[in-house]
Design a protein around this ligand. Structure first.
Ligand SMILES: C[S@@+](CC[C@H](N)C(=O)[O-])C[C@H]1O[C@@H](n2cnc3c(N)ncnc32)[C@H](O)[C@@H]1O
Length: 426
């Protein structure tokens, strides 16, 4: 059975998990229900995606999210596209949260009289049952755009496609006959899908719409991992773009950095050389490396053509090169750290050796050294605190970082201050 909720009529009673999304502006506070909060799309990501969608022209018809959770993405679409939306959510309390969050966003924009709000609806029911949903809403309209962000079991190791709820193939098959013209969709998938699983997704889409245009999108918030992995299909895929990388800006309102490619670059391969003083070491955004766009991006910010990849996987991909990168402010957001090696240290870093590191850092006139390497999470703040305290008491002037060479026994002390790194775009 499908129940219809009108966002204009719902109130917050029974919705408990009230939360200030740290990426949303002051005063925009979302409600959640029954563990909906961890599933919700961060507001900044949702708005950025809606802005990208707004660049495409969509036909008349419904903007649908058939597993809308707390409705955060749905509310971002409605308020950015200024179009009424239809959400479907299996869990009734979350469906109410969706309706209430759309109301909250409309109130925030002083748009409670606008059609995008007054005509939006949430259906509490099964998002794979296209006919049932359309009948319940009593609409003859077709679908202009479909969004799907399926739930995944927490702590899943495999991130297998079969674990997604609602299942991808049921959604695609169920809604395919209802598109207005060419299909248009975003599948917001697990960021941990392997290349093989991405191919499985492609095969599912191909099965329903052979030859359909597709763009894969990796989104990063600069936290050392892929934040979102999405497939844009049909009329919202970017012509000539097989892969897109989106770096969410550190602050709301700033432009995202977007890189694109029409081809699939050769993935970087590890080529471990002995570390040497004077070379440059760069730790890159892990999502940029996973997206397959790093090999075409690096030459655009460097005069080097030889990049020696020391680490290609995990949270801190590491590449060695001869010259400083030439980065503008935006490009800098793709780099966790970059600098010149001033000292090779054959030591383990722990509480008994940190004073030795301080001595080396002082010899090179450092005032701060950030630890950019895997350490026991309990030990990391202790060591960083000790370094900070001891260096601040002296009169050093240089900033830098310490990372580990993949040979496992050499630590690389690098200087990274702006004076050491070339400025501006190439
Ligand atoms: C990851 S959440 C979506 C979060 C949403 N994008 C947001 O911004 O809040 C996925 C949702 O799909 C719902 N779901 C699972 N199976 C469903 C089905 N068959 N029909 C509708 N919703 C379903 C789950 O209850 C869950 O709330």
């Amino acid at each position: 059975m499908h129940a219809i909720l009108n966002p204009a009529d719902v109130d917050a009673s029974g919705l408990v998990e009230l939360a200030q999304d740290p990426t949303a502006p002051e005063g925009l506070v979302f409600h959640h229900a029954v563990e909906g909060k961890p599933l919700a799309t961060p507001w900044q990501v949702a708005v950025l995606r809606a802005a990208l969608l707004a660049k495409h022209s969509l036909p008349e018809g419904l903007v649908l999210d058939c597993a809308c959770g707390s409705g955060i993405q749905l509310a971002a679409y409605a308020s950015s596209l200024h179009r009424p939306v239809l959400g479907v959510e299996l869990e009734p309390a979350r469906a109410r949260a969706s309706a209430f969050n759309i109301r909250t966003v409309a109130a925030h924009h002083a748009a409670m009289d606008e059609a995008w709000f007054t005509q939006s609806r949430i259906v509490s029911g099964d998002g794979t049952d296209a006919e049932g949903v359309l009948q319940a809403v009593g609409t003859e309209q077709n679908i202009a755009f479909l969004h799907l962000d399926p739930a995944r079991p927490r702590n899943s190791r495999t991130h297998a496609l079969e674990e997604m709820q609602p299942p991808l193939h049921s959604v695609l098959r169920g809604w395919a006959p209802h598109f207005a013209s060419d299909p248009a969709f975003v599948l917001d998938l697990s960021p941990r899908l392997t290349d093989e699983q991405r191919e499985e997704v492609e095969a599912l889409v191909e099965d329903v719409w052979p030859g359909l245009q597709r763009t894969w999108e990796w989104t990063s918030r600069g936290r050392g991992r892929v934040d979102r992995l999405a497939l844009w299909g049909g009329r919202v895929a970017e012509s000539g773009t097989a892969r897109r990388f989106v770096r969410v800006p550190p602050t709301l309102g700033n432009e995202a950095l977007i890189l694109r490619t029409g081809v699939t670059d050769e993935p970087p391969t590890v080529r471990i050389h002995p570390p040497k003083r004077g070379e440059f070491v760069t730790l890159l955004d892990a999502a940029l490396v996973e997206s397959g766009l790093v090999s075409s991006w690096l030459p655009s910010v460097s005069k080097d053509r030889d990049f020696r990849w020391a680490v290609t996987e995990g949270r801190r991909p590491q590449v060695h090169h001869e010259h400083a990168l030439r980065l503008n402010e935006q490009q800098r957001s793709l780099v966790q750290a970059t600098g010149r090696v001033v000292e090779l240290l054959s030591m383990e870093l722990n509480e008994s050796t940190v004073d030795g590191l301080v001595e080396h850092a002082l010899e090179h006139n450092f005032r701060s050294v950030k630890l950019r390497m895997d350490l026991d999470p309990a030990l990391q703040p202790v060591l960083q605190g000790s370094l900070d305290r001891q260096l601040q008491r002296r009169h050093g002037v240089r900033d830098g970082f310490l990372t580990r060479h993949p040979n496992g026994h050499t630590l690389l002390l690098c200087v990274s201050g702006r004076d050491e790194v070339e400025q501006g775009s190439p």
